[in-house]
Design a protein around this ligand. Structure first.
Ligand SMILES: [Zn+2]
Length: 424
């Protein structure tokens, strides 16, 4: 028995020793491989720099394919040099206008979307960002225009907090501030796909279920596109129901395909207004990214647009040349808190990014922004243009902003933080 014990102890010791030696051997092996890789990279860098150049060029080509120049993107063809055709509006005439499109400030330092479209007694609310406390800011604004307590259409573009948190809001029971609790909801059109299972997403699902139990019809954008189950691809918003103002759900490839990028699930809609035989268009793409925009162009007959909600808060990865060359936007509203370091401390990439400015400036100088970050850490922000409202009055598109209607290019912030050759 004693002999057995001592031999098993010996075996254990040997095993531990072997494991230790083995560990050392693996470590030595990894070090040697690393040294060989570093030496090889150094050798190529010093003696074969053309290999580096080629790799860099291929990378740049790949990136430019995604985000930069496209063949039909000729500066001469675009409208940046056209005179500013927008009319200067006033608050009083918005309520009596034929229809109006409002980009709301959200009452905090974060990027986020909330767009109100109003035609007569019909209201459409696209997204309700950016945090749960935005719900009170949003409803205070919406109540100025929505007097019957009913939002006929609510669109949730994708499952990110900065687009759905205001639908949820704060509070409990009857004191819930969320848009989906506070208003009677006609139809909810929501993203067909999502990856996230975040707390805010779950709360959003509960809020949609609540609205549904109160009578709201709930469809995905894919059901709308397919005209399936009572959903429609095109909704008539006009007072006379004569098709003069329609909300059209566009086809997004990612309604029915998976993607790692939540933003690419965004519901995309086109508002179209027809008067005296001519039609003007207004495009909303949520946070759709470059890849999604590529499919959007390929799979839809996109027209040139009067107004484009700047893609993904003015991110460098959206509002790609492929899309812009097609839609040639005359006016652009960006929903962001300019210069906030919410996602990056790289100065060029804070919203609105330098890359966004480079691309959009080739098409128009009529670019407007909601909010301005003063001190991100301190939570200080103020209005940039403020609430931005485009509206149709006397057959002309007018603009009213709650702070001022200064073009982005003429602002102090722009002069200190961005440049644009096309705007000089
Ligand atoms: Zn967003």
């Amino acid at each position: 028995m004693a002999a057995k014990k001592s031999s098993s102890k010996k075996a254990q010791k040997q095993a531990v020793k072997f494991a230790k030696q083995h560990k050392k051997a693996v470590a030595i092996f990894v070090c040697v491989v690393l040294i060989i890789i570093i030496a090889a990279v150094l050798f190529i860098y010093l003696f074969k720099p053309e290999i580096f150049d080629r790799a860099l060029k291929e990378y740049n080509d790949y990136v430019s394919q995604l985000y930069n120049d496209s063949p039909d993107d000729d500066a001469e063809n675009v409208s940046a040099k056209l005179p500013n055709e927008i009319q200067s509006g006033d608050l009083d005439s918005i309520s009596t206008s034929e229809f109006s499109i409002h980009f709301l400030e959200l009452g905090n330092k974060y990027a986020g979307d909330c767009t109100l479209i109003k035609c007569g007694n019909t209201e459409v609310l696209i997204d309700a960002g950016s945090r749960t406390n935005s719900a009170t800011t949003i409803s205070a604004y919406v109540d100025r225009y929505c007097t019957d307590g009913k939002l006929e259409y609510v669109i949730a573009t994708h499952a990110h907090q900065d687009h759905i948190a205001g639908f949820v809001g704060k509070g409990s029971g009857d004191s819930k501030t969320g848009i989906l609790y506070k208003y009677e909801i006609g139809t909810v059109i929501q993203f067909a796909g999502h990856n996230t299972n975040s707390g805010i997403y779950k709360s959003y699902v509960s809020a949609v279920t609540y609205a549904q139990t109160k009578g709201a019809a709930v469809y995905t954008a894919l059901q709308c596109w397919n005209n399936a189950d009572g959903a429609k691809r095109s909704y008539d918003l006009s007072e006379k129901q004569d098709g003069s103002l329609t909300l059209n759900v566009l086809y997004n490839y990612y309604y029915e395909h998976e993607t790692d990028d939540e933003n690419d699930y965004s519901v995309c809609v086109l508002l179209s207004h027809t008067a005296e035989g001519s039609t003007s268009h207004y495009l909303f793409t949520g946070d759709l990214e470059g890849k999604g925009e590529g499919y959007l162009v390929d799979k839809n007959e996109l027209p040139e647009v009067e107004l484009f909600k700047g893609g993904h808060h003015g991110s460098k990865t959206s509002s790609t040349d492929k899309l812009l060359a097609k839609i040639k936007p005359k006016n652009v509203a960006v929903c962001c808190c300019a210069g906030a370091t919410e996602y990056t401390t790289n100065h060029d990439n804070t919203f609105p990014t330098q890359a966004f400015v480079d691309r959009i400036s080739k098409y128009t100088a009529n670019v407007y922004l909601t909010s301005l970050c003063v001190d991100y850490k301190g939570g200080k922000f103020e209005s940039f243009n403020g609430d931005i409202v485009f509206y149709m009055n006397d057959k002309k598109l007018s603009l009213w902003c709650s702070n001022n209607a200064t073009l982005l290019k003429d602002t102090e912030w722009f002069k200190n933080n961005r440049t644009a050759a096309a705007w000089k």
